[in-house]
Design a protein around this ligand. Structure first.
Ligand SMILES: O=C(O)c1cc(=O)[nH]c(=O)n1[C@@H]1O[C@H](COP(=O)(O)O)[C@@H](O)[C@H]1O
Length: 229
């Protein structure tokens, strides 16, 4: 597996997940398994679907520090390469996740802190009580999370420049909200094309429905991978 593309295997069906991984993995750096799949099939389904592929396990943990640390330890036997917590859980929670991950030594998963979900625009964020716009909030949460030991961030492509200015090349920036020009946004709000996101400095882009909803997911993944190679 190689490259900057992460395909989100968002399906509740195990045979479908297995097929998708087999078709897209050759074109991806990692495959992502998330809540929709993991809550139904758990660790057994994870092992079955992953079938040796490098996995980003995206459970977006958000709870008190002790509970999140325990959840991370529960995940360690699966040895995902990347996993997510919500930066909004606070510095102590992110630190607890990073410390729990570190107990796995060399095989530890990298902890990514989700900043402001790509489904939010400024108005949606203001409804939650956060004013000042999405970039400012992403920057605030990024500072908190990286200071607490996160290896990287999940953000939209719109914030990459401001994050690289503030934190340089070190943090891993993983970027969902990827849509071909003119494609349906669905529930996404802050989007860019794959090419634009990589040009802006994304380490990885996360693509779900443009691949899983394609007539031939393998061909769709190959085309996106070629566009950012
Ligand atoms: O953590 C994520 O991966 C994530 C964070 C975020 O802010 N926005 C976001 O869309 N994602 C995930 O990225 C994938 C995007 O899927 P599509 O919108 O179908 O391309 C989904 O699996 C989301 O759970």
């Amino acid at each position: 597996m190689t490259g900057r593309l992460i395909a989100a295997i968002d399906t509740p069906e195990l045979p479908h997940a297995r097929d998708l991984v087999r078709e897209v993995a050759p074109h991806c750096g990692l495959v992502k398994l998330g809540l929709e799949f993991f809550l139904r099939h758990g660790p057994g389904g994870y092992r079955d679907a992953a079938h040796g592929a490098d996995v980003f396990l995206d459970l977006k943990l958000h709870d008190i520090p002790n509970t999140v640390a325990g959840a991370v330890r529960s995940i360690l036997p699966l040895a995902p390469r990347l996993m997510t917590v919500h930066a909004g859980g606070g510095a102590k929670m992110v630190a607890a996740a990073a410390e729990a991950a570190a107990t796995a030594g060399e095989a530890r998963p990298k902890i990514l802190a989700v900043t402001v979900l790509t489904s939010f625009d400024a108005a949606g964020l203001a409804e939650t009580g956060v004013s000042g716009g999405t970039s400012q909030q992403v920057l605030r949460l990024a500072r908190l999370a990286l200071g607490a030991g996160a290896d990287g961030l999940v953000c939209s492509a719109h914030e990459i420049a401001v994050l690289r200015d503030a934190f340089g090349e070190r943090p891993l920036l993983v970027v969902p909200g990827i849509r071909p020009a003119g494609a349906a946004l669905g529930d996404q709000a802050r989007v860019m094309t794959a090419e634009q996101a990589v040009e802006a400095g994304a380490d990885y882009i996360v693509v779900g429905r443009p691949i899983t909803g394609a007539a031939n997911p393998g061909v769709a993944a190959a085309a996106i991978a070629a566009s950012i190679a």
